[in-house]
Design a protein around this ligand. Structure first.
Ligand code: 13P
Length: 252
């Protein structure tokens, strides 16, 4: 039985007081971490303070991106060493917004995934198609290629610990959720890709989230699907009440 993981991706939202208030409001109310993993993906400036606020609770703090090098002349970048140093435990990699606006590629996602494991940070690797790609029937081949490239060179054990987030781009922030069948179909395909590329054991262990307009009203149905092990949530993760409903759904 794979443990569900509910991650709230705040993207570029909240100021410090709002971020800290959110952690205060959620940290004692999230279900215990043996039932579900509750992850908050916050902007860089607040990570250190949120890690301190969440210490000893069942809320984990994630970054939304990082560089793959440990240090060096990369102005404006944040390294895995820095994230580890302040106690960050998860990192979102290859989000479609980073692929689209910040030139993230399958190759950099792969380097970052390796870097995350080298520093004991759990990667949440995002994949997913545009509407045009879906309409051209390219979803399965595209997602297969993104997954294979992201995982290239990892050990079987590392693959087992990876979290893959399937986020169809047409469903992000649009209110258009993929139907649970559409979402599960692609998540099942991703598990098959992991089985072929790595092993049946890795495929059974790897956690696959769905993301794209997930909210309290649709999360139960999505999480009831055979291959959906959690959710990566934008808009509906910004309010503590809504985020708590999502993690409670993950704990059922
Ligand atoms: P929304 O939940 O706002 O559609 O965003 C999904 C997402 O991109 C999470 O990473």
């Amino acid at each position: 039985m794979r443990k569900k993981v509910i991650a709230g991706n705040w993207k570029m939202n909240k100021v410090r007081a709002e971020a800290e208030q959110f952690i205060n409001d959620t940290k004692t109310n999230v279900p215990a971490s043996d039932q579900v993993e509750s992850v908050v993906c916050a902007p860089f400036p607040y990570l250190a303070s949120l890690v301190e606020k969440a210490a000893g609770t069942d809320v984990e703090i994630a970054a939304q991106n990082m560089h793959f090098e440990d240090n060096g002349a990369f102005t404006g970048e944040v390294s895995p060493v820095m994230l580890k140093d302040i106690g960050v435990t998860y990192v979102v990699l290859g989000h479609s917004e980073r692929r689209e606006y910040f030139a993230e590629t399958d190759e950099t996602v792969n380097k970052k995934t390796h870097a995350a494991f080298n520093h004991g940070i759990t990667p949440i690797v995002c994949v997913g198609e545009t509407l045009e790609q879906r309409e051209a029937n390219e979803t399965m081949t595209l997602v297969e290629s993104q997954v294979k490239k992201a995982l290239e060179g990892l050990t079987e054990d590392q693959v087992k610990q990876t979290i893959i987030a399937y986020e169809p781009i047409w469903a992000i922030g649009t209110g258009k959720t993929a139907t649970s069948e559409q979402a599960n179909e692609v998540c099942t395909h991703i598990r098959g890709v992991v089985e072929k590329a790595v092993s049946a054991d890795a495929a059974q262990a790897v956690r696959i989230q769905y993301g794209g307009s997930v909210k309290p009203a649709n999360v139960d149905e999505l999480l009831s699907q055979s291959d959906i092990d959690g959710a990566l949530v934008g808009g509906a993760s910004l309010e503590a009440d809504s985020f708590l409903k999502l993690v409670e759904a993950g704990a059922k």
